[in-house]
Design a protein around this ligand. Structure first.
Ligand SMILES: [Zn+2]
Ligand SMILES: [Zn+2]
Ligand SMILES: [Zn+2]
Length: 411
């Protein structure tokens, strides 16, 4: 029910001024437009219908705005989920490829063993010792006693040991990378959160507009903005003449200003704040981006060097575990190893010692150079060590020879 105004009996109480100086924080009510002293030019006086209609119009816009933010959030969500799904597929593809690599490298080895088995089975099943062409094969297998089978088996074990070690290398790497990777999670603790909006009616205490100084007969359009006066006098307007008397020191110090000037200055300050803030934001983001990019590049370089180092280490291991006495054996007098004839036990020890020293020397270069350079370096170290060893062998042989000569002379 719309009430009639008690002071202006004909008029309905159905208007309200929504200017912040006319509102209370709570418990506002409608009045008649006479009470409100309504003029056509006053946009702040609203009728009941206008208030409802405009509020609802703005509510619709408000809901639209909130929905727009939700939509853009969903778009962002979709974009990043798509990115992570792509990465997931890439990773999945990668691991599938590694599975294939494991499978095919073992399969290749097994294929050769299968060929060996087939060869043997052919002989077992089809051929007879009476067949002239297969006599040699039967002889070979007749010679293949337990001892020589053991030699072949040892060779296979050695190869499997190598493969096993390579797999272990790779898996140690995978393990550590995967562990590193799965500790990386999305964390947004630092991002500010939305809040459920707590709307409040905005009000300000209305100040009488530019009061008049009866003493000096001019408008009071000045205020003192000195800290002391802001605290004590509760923002009183002053006329320029009063200000000179009552705020003598402050007027010399440029603390007496018109409201208009202060508003202009405030606008200037707000402009500078906005500009400076945008610059701060841009600069901060740029610096953080640069730092992150630099770190990432550094990490990438470290990782690439690390991969290189691992490859060099693998090469190094393969080179180092070659048995120097297991190469190109030449037997003379049925079962005498010709190569071993020129060694005594001390020289054998020296030979292995030299291999270990080579390993130490080569190891110093694994991190600093590329694979080709590393190979070069290894070769030159090998040559150098080989020469050293040969020199000491020569010396030793010379000495032995002299001892033998002197033995003979003494006899
Ligand atoms: Zn009234
Ligand atoms: Zn005055
Ligand atoms: Zn003052």
């Amino acid at each position: 029910m719309i009430k009639k105004c008690e002071s202006h009996l004909k008029y309905d109480e159905k208007y309200i001024c929504i200017h912040i100086t006319r509102l209370k924080e709570e418990g506002n009510k409608f009045s008649c437009h006479k009470c409100l002293n309504w003029k056509k030019s006053n946009d702040f006086v609203k009728s009941m219908e206008e208030l409802e209609e405009e509020a609802k119009e703005n509510l619709v816009k408000y809901v639209e705005m909130q929905t727009k933010v939700i939509n853009s959030n969903n778009e962002m969500k979709g974009k990043y989920i798509e990115s992570i799904t792509k990465l997931y597929h890439k990773l999945n593809q990668y691991f599938e490829n590694q599975q294939k690599a494991i499978n095919s490298s073992i399969e290749q080895q097994n294929q050769i063993l299968t060929q060996n088995i087939n060869q043997a089975n052919q002989l077992l099943n089809q051929q007879s010792v009476l067949d002239l062409q297969s006599i040699d094969k039967f002889i070979i297998f007749a010679q293949l006693n337990q001892e020589s089978q053991k030699i072949i088996e040892n060779k296979y074990n050695y190869i499997n040991d190598c493969i096993n070690r390579q797999f272990n290398y790779e898996f140690a790497e995978f393990q550590s990378k995967v562990n590193q990777f799965i500790t990386m999670e999305f964390k947004f603790d630092n991002v500010p959160k939305y809040e459920v909006e707590q709307f409040k009616i905005l009000t300000v205490e209305k100040k009488e507009k530019l009061p008049y100084c009866s003493e000096h007969q001019i408008k009071k359009k000045w205020i003192c903005i000195h800290q002391d006066c802001l605290k004590e006098q509760k923002q009183n307007f002053l006329c320029s003449d009063c200000a000179k008397v009552t705020h003598d020191q402050h007027s010399k110090g440029n603390f007496i200003k018109t409201i208009k000037k202060i508003k202009n200055e405030q606008n200037e300050k707000l402009k500078i704040i906005e500009e400076q803030y945008q610059m701060l934001k841009k600069e901060s983001e740029k610096k953080i981006d640069q730092e992150l990019a630099q770190n990432q590049q550094k990490q990438q370089e470290i990782f690439e060097n690390y991969l290189l180092m691992r490859e060099n280490l693998k090469v190094l291991e393969a080179q180092s575990i070659i048995n120097p006495f297991n190469q190109d054996k030449q037997y003379i007098y049925s079962s005498i190893d010709q190569n071993l004839l020129s060694y005594d036990s001390e020289m054998i020890n020296l030979e292995f010692q030299s291999k270990l020293e080579q390993l130490e020397l080569k190891k110093q270069h694994i991190t600093t150079i590329t694979k080709d350079e590393f190979d070069q370096k290894c070769k030159s170290i090998e040559e150098q060590k080989e020469n050293q060893k040969n020199e000491s062998f020569k010396l030793k042989q010379q000495m032995q020879y002299e001892i033998q000569i002197s033995d003979i002379m003494q006899k």
